[in-house]
Design a protein around this ligand. Structure first.
Ligand SMILES: [Zn+2]
Length: 89
């Protein structure tokens, strides 16, 4: 059953990674980052505002700037800039 996000829940944000080089490699690939839900779009609860905690800094994705959209694709196939529930360890 799909959970509904709510303010204060911890989710994963998918970082964009650095641009892909001509040879197909990336200096930093996409990665799951810890994020806290700061807002939930009442019209579309799959869209949330996030406070993203990177290892070396934090940044914010408010709904006013578009927020972040849920991406339920398998690990490795999710879009950068999306969020998902943390994988089971
Ligand atoms: Zn993840």
């Amino acid at each position: 059953m799909q959970q509904t996000p709510s303010v204060g829940r911890v989710v994963h944000y998918v970082s964009h990674g650095t641009p892909v080089r001509p040879d197909g490699t990336q200096e930093f690939p996409r990665a799951c980052r810890a994020a806290i839900v700061t807002e939930v779009d009442p019209a579309d609860p799959s869209r949330v505002g996030l406070a993203v905690l990177n290892p070396t800094g934090q940044f914010f994705h408010p709904l006013a700037a578009g927020g972040c959209v849920l991406d339920e694709a398998p690990e490795g196939a999710r879009d950068g800039g999306s969020w998902h529930w943390p994988e089971r360890a």
